[in-house]
Design a protein around this ligand. Sequence first.
Ligand code: DAH
Length: 362
Amino acid sequence: MSAVMTDLAALEAELSARVAAAADAASLEEVRVAALGKKGAITERLKTLGALSPDERKSMGAAINALKDRVTEALEARKRALDDAALDQRLAAERLDVSLPVRPEAKGRIHPISQVTEEVVAIFSAMGFDVAEGPDIEDDFHNFTALNFPLDHPAREMHDTFFFEPKADGSRMLLRTHTSPVQIRTMMTRKPPIRIIIPGRTFRCDSDQTHTPMFHQVEGLVIDRETHMGHLKGTLEAFAKAFFEVDAVKTRFRPHFFPFTEPSAEMDIGYERVGNEVRIGTGSKWMEILGSGMVHPNVLRNCGLDPDEYQGFAFGMGIDRLAMLKYGIPDLRDFFAADARWLEHYGFDPLDQPNLATGLSR
Ligand code: DAH
């Protein structure tokens, strides 16, 4: 082999080694310039062709151009390999596992009281009720007087109601004993038609398996010009069916007494006990679940409404009791024990919001 050919072979070996060793785009570019740039090794050799005889030029030209093609091809192949490797690395680094559970470290559960409150709100919202709220600390007027409690009514006595120390004028604030004062607050500030439910905390001095000093109620109030007892019954029967998620729920209205309604009725639902379980919709026993009635004319008057123009109905029930019944929870005191294992067992999935379309509870 001629000296020139040996030189070309050595050059090719050197360039091939440098191409293979280039670890990134910048060093590969350096190799390309060193070989094919204006002053590159191959370019320099092409420039020598002009001084050769026609025969030599032909064979040398072919050899150098073939080398140039091979080196160009090697540079391109190496570039593709480096680009692929860079892309692989980026894909691996930026990978997102969309099948990972949402925040697996969070293990919160929705408390049954919150769950049942949401369920009741979902049912009555679908019937066109708004949610109203009022303060836990009330005065005698809103909690008793405006609701037509006679001055000597036993519910005002110390053993039922938590009173605060008397103020300078002798009046005492108290922890509301029911959600009914929010009826008064609403009627005094809003014009009928009124259609509200009022979930909230209530307080009475009492404690055993089914009573705690703090508990929860939801109140309902409808005031309009032609609201009657039929609306009350229809609304509460529809509620019972939706809440217990049993179409066959039987209801019964029994006459009762509340100072703020006339007539008043308690609603019972039919049930039976099978072993430890309470079944709603079958059986021949009755259980009281709420109080209700037509708003007393005195209450309307106390709120500045004319009973000859407006009338309506109201109802009230214990949220905790509803939760115990629906979800088979035996002791009310556990609701407030802040026991994480209890909540894990009786609590609800935070991502399942109760709604009528997909079912209240799952
Ligand atoms: N406030 C009553 C209670 O605490 C419950 C109740 C009964 C509320 C009848 C009402 C009603 O609005 O009409 O026991």
